[in-house]
Ligand binder design. Structure first.
Ligand code: GUN
Length: 290
């Protein structure tokens, strides 16, 4: 058996097209474009790539992009005062502070300073609490994108066994909440979980978000399962190559023979994250505008 490949690139393109329609309608009705502020502190190369891509796609979608680049030695107090200015700025509907921040800045304190109504990353404790309590809020982008991919492969999640590998605040915990809200029976697994392969073999839906290259082997997967691979890991370069291959947390070549549907890396969850950021920005803009 060979799994259906879940085409995150195509699904994300559809979401971006919808976001562009919504952005045009918002601008026509409100007389201004929806706006997203992206803050980058320092020059982490991966963050630079992500931020450049966020800025480009925000503009292409017909929204205003406000970029704020600050040096690595920026103090926590200065970053907090930028966040306060963006909170008060009526042209800013969404605020994203790119993570990780330099070590001398407390990320938690920065995230808590963001107005929850503008927290398009969905990381503010108020939004995390709203998700947990089934209340309207803003949902983190990668979990939201992962869930849309699950739903594209299984129309009815209710009653299925879902296993989430990884318990991060950014991905694992919110994915678990979204699956639970869709009536899956959710198990949160992590580095201390006993007999991970046996647990995974019971999963109708398996979400891997651990950041360990190809950790999930083909024989961990229940035949026919839906596998969502959130990991993006770069391997060491092969001889004669400048860059190593990008692989997920799942050994794709093995898993594809067992799963019913699986996301590739790249081209699975990755493109969904920015598409969901654009979607969240429009959601925030509409709610703020009332
Ligand atoms: N760094 C890696 N992923 C993310 C994300 O989803 N949001 C933010 N703010 N930073 C990140």
């Amino acid at each position: 058996m060979s799994a259906t490949i879940i085409d995150g690139k195509a699904i994300a393109a559809g979401l971006r097209a919808q976001a562009a329609e919504d952005a045009a309608r918002f601008a026509a009705e409100r007389g201004r474009k929806a706006g997203l502020a992206v803050v980058l502190v320092g020059n982490d190369p991966a963050s630079e790539v992500y931020v450049a891509s966020k800025v480009k796609l925000t503009r292409e979608t017909g929204m205003e992009s406000f970029g704020h680049r600050l040096p690595a030695e920026t103090s926590e107090a200065d970053l907090l005062s930028l966040v306060a200015r963006l909170n008060a700025d009526e042209s800013v509907d969404g605020i994203l502070v790119q993570l990780p921040l330099p070590g001398h800045i407390d990320s938690g304190r920065i995230i808590e300073a963001i107005d929850p109504r503008k927290d398009v990353d969905g990381l503010h404790p108020e939004n995390a609490g709203r998700l947990m309590n089934g209340l309207q809020g803003l949902v983190p982008c990668t979990p939201l994108g992962s869930m849309i991919l699950v739903e594209s492969a299984v129309p009815d999640i209710s009653g299925l066994n879902a296993v989430v590998l990884g318990r991060s605040v950014l991905v694992g915990k919110p994915v678990g909440q979204l699956l639970l809200a869709a009536n899956a029976t959710v198990t949160m697994a992590h580095s201390r979980t006993a007999d991970l392969p046996a647990l995974c073999r019971n999963a109708d839906i398996l979400v891997a978000a651990v950041g360990r290259p190809e950790m999930v082997r083909g024989d961990w997967i229940k035949p026919g399962a839906v596998v969502i691979d959130v990991g993006i890991n770069r391997l060491a370069p092969e001889p004669g190559r400048e860059k190593g291959r990008l692989v997920g947390d799942v050994a794709f070549a093995e898993a594809v023979d067992v799963a019913g549907a699986i996301t590739p890396v790249p081209g699975g969850v990755g493109p969904m994250t920015i598409a969901c950021l654009l979607k969240n920005t429009l959601t925030a803009a509409r709610r703020r505008a009332g």
